[in-house]
Design a protein around this ligand. Sequence first.
Ligand code: NAI
Length: 293
Amino acid sequence: MMGEIKTIGVVGSGQMGSGIAQLGAVHGLDVWLLDTDPGALSRATKSISASIHRMVSKGHLSQAAGTDALGRLKCTSNLEELSTADFVIEAIVESEDVKKKLFVQLDKITKRSAILASNTSSISITRLASAVSRPLQVIGMHFMNPPPIMKLVEIIRGADTSDETYNETKALAERLGKIVICSQDYAGFIVNRILMPMINEAFFTLYTGVATKEDIDTGMKLGTNHPMGPLQLADFIGLDVCLSIMKVLHAGLGDGKYAPCPLLVQYVDAGRLGRKRGIGVYNYSKVPETVKK
Ligand code: NAI
């Protein structure tokens, strides 16, 4: 046993990191939240504090527990602070090079016993592990967005991840109130491996004129009981993110069936990235549609 996890480090305080840090603090862990961008840290602090206050006002958390949670959360831009962490989760930008550099630094400054986890959606855990001196203690811990709400954590075992590391990570996820699934380290893991080809197929269905976008979404919502249609979901996730995961599946699994749909590629080229840009498959603003199939 590596001993009880008391302090976690969360690197990257964006959408995912801030949610993971909040979960840790609410569940009794001391949390160091780190970002290189001080603006991101202050946005994260505001959103975590607002979210905890909402939990208190809705009666999901007592006033005292809310205050304690906020007291357990500390923000920093200094990586050295993570030397006290028993477990570090990174949720920085989705770039293999940048993540590898971070892992090398974490390997130097954290306790020898600390587990190094990545929240990556698509990068190989085995390759990240190859950058450090403790590959047995490297693992994927893939939260869904938003982490405080979504029940699932997908744990990814790299080629060298030890059983002990897996068990500690699973116990931590369960302590955070999550349900765990375990994936081996192949492109897309479990959820994106199945979800993204479905979204890509929805694009092909639209591209080849089989049906309108509305009918494709209604078909999948009412026909298969999905809460959102695949095209609506793609807009929510970001079409650039969907495209980059399809490319990872295509390259990593080497099967033509994962080739990205040309319409998805064209939307991304046109900057139609989904809700975050006000336009994707659907138009969320008054911007005129510039790309027609
Ligand atoms: P984001 O862009 O909201 O946040 C990333 C943060 O990392 C930024 O605040 C940035 O300043 C910081 N950062 C970048 N490089 C850094 C470094 N070297 N050291 C410290 N901080 C650094 O990104 P988001 O959406 O939170 O994604 C983070 C990770 O989580 C990515 O690996 C992504 O693939 C994964 N992920 C994202 C999901 C999503 O729906 N957004 C879902 C599941 C996983």
